[in-house]
Design a protein around this ligand. Structure first.
Ligand SMILES: [Zn+2]
Length: 433
């Protein structure tokens, strides 16, 4: 129902701005450069006539809204308990759209020069002048899908930042579409652009007064048609081991090597349940770090599983291994600190499966093949889901994330705008109780 000649240009505009975030910075935003895009988005939202445009200057979040345009029952609205909180204009759910402005710090370059190739012919693409970096269809078979399309690539020195400017651009086009096409029905639409997703702090300072939604979608992923509503349950386990150090020459019966006890612990956990051996919905134990001396050692594990019961069992197995070692080597030899990091948002989405069904139906209507995957990691939507806004994730048409070989398909980004607009249009006929 839409025409989007602009999304390629819009994407180029955003992708030319360096917004790399930085690991290990206590402040949000972690880098000042993200503000350059935030300010541009604020101004563009204001120019297109969005309402409630707000730039949280302190933490670098940008918000905006399109007021709903469907008839409503004022009495019913007045009787709602949540009327102030959600700034509700009608009985349809308020739907939020969220994407992150930062791009991955994984490739060091900071001079962003995206390049557009129209009518891609399927051949290898030399990214830099010297031909050191070649985006080749044999190495990246997904390229074959884009023959005849417009794609945007890097100059070989940086990531593209399609993760997640493809999401940002799609949301901006959806906002613009509904602001300029009042003939299509929709409830209130809100958008939020966050900083620092790549360093794990995307929704950290998100303000639910500005992003007051019933449901939301993050637009941040790979292929068009990707739809995710499950992520890992996640915990961290820090293990401190207290050994006894003596001179090795007269250590018999006295020395207790904290390093060897650590190795024993690793050996007690199922050896095939590591990231290397697992995929899909298989969980794992992952030893991130191990160091120490005979006297003291430490191990740093992460534990992951999509299934909540299995996740709890994994933590229990680790506790049992620690208990066994303390029986063998004495109380207090091994100390375990287990901490849950996040949970599978599936448990928050499942009571609202219309979020998935409506997206799948919209995809089918547009000839897009739905690809429903369980994320082997976390997502910003997870945190939001547990904070009261169920929030699955939609793909964007961006590929080869966090790499100088990253590219986006302009055609897929444009179809994604259709898809998101269609989902929002579906919700116009929904009534909240
Ligand atoms: Zn992302």
């Amino acid at each position: 129902m839409n025409d989007y000649k602009d999304i390629g240009e819009r994407f180029m505009r955003y992708a030319s701005i360096n917004t790399q975030s930085k690991e290990g910075i206590p402040d949000t935003p972690s880098t000042a450069c993200q503000r350059n895009l935030a300010v541009l988005l604020r101004d563009e939202l204001a120019d297109m006539g969005a309402s409630e445009v707000y730039y949280d200057e302190k933490h670098c979040y940008v918000y905006g809204a399109v007021p709903g345009n469907i008839p409503f029952d004022q009495a019913k609205l007045d009787s709602r308990k949540d009327k102030n909180k959600r700034h509700r204009q009608n009985n349809a759910p308020v739907i939020g759209l969220m994407a992150h402005m930062d791009s991955s710090p994984d490739v060091a370059g900071t001079d962003f020069r995206p390049r557009r190739i129209d009518s891609y012919d399927g051949t290898d693409i030399k990214l830099d002048k010297d031909g050191q970096y070649v985006l080749s269809a044999s190495e990246y078979p997904s390229l074959k899908k884009h023959i005849g399309q417009s794609i945007i690539v890097t100059d070989g020195t940086t990531v593209l930042g399609g993760d997640d400017k493809a999401g940002v651009a799609a949301i901006m086009e959806v906002m613009k579409f509904y602001l300029s096409h009042p003939e299509y029905a929709h409830g209130t639409i809100r958008c939020c652009f966050t900083p620092d997703e790549e360093v794990g702090n995307g929704p950290m300072w998100l303000d639910q007064d500005h992003f007051a939604c019933d449901y939301a979608y993050t637009i941040d992923g790979g292929d068009l048609g990707q739809l995710e509503y499950e992520n890992f349950n996640a915990a961290s386990a820090v293990i401190n081991i207290n050994g006894i150090s003596t001179h090795p020459g007269n250590a018999k019966g006295k020395m207790k090597s904290a390093l060897l006890v650590g190795m024993e612990l690793a050996g007690m956990l199922p050896s095939l349940e590591t990231p290397f051996y697992t995929e899909g919905r298989e969980g794992f134990y992952h030893l991130l770090e191990m160091n120490g001396t005979t006297d003291r050692s430490m191990m740093n594990y992460i534990i992951r599983d999509h299934d909540r019961d299995r996740f709890e069992e994994r933590k229990a197995e680790m506790k049992k291994a620690v208990e066994a070692l303390n029986l063998r080597y004495g109380d207090g030899t091994v100390e375990l600190k287990l901490k849950d990091s996040y949970y599978n948002m599936g448990e928050k989405i499942r009571p609202h499966m219309h979020l998935i069904d409506n997206a799948v139906n919209a995809m089918k209507a547009l000839g897009i093949e739905p690809m429903i995957d369980a994320i082997r990691g976390g997502t910003d939507g997870c945190r939001l889901s547990f904070e009261g806004i169920p929030c699955p994730n939609l793909g964007t048409g961006a590929y080869n994330y966090h790499s100088r070989f990253e590219y986006v398909s302009v055609d897929e980004m444009a179809r994604n705008v259709d898809l998101i607009a269609r989902i929002l249009n579906t919700y116009a006929s929904y009534e909240l109780d």
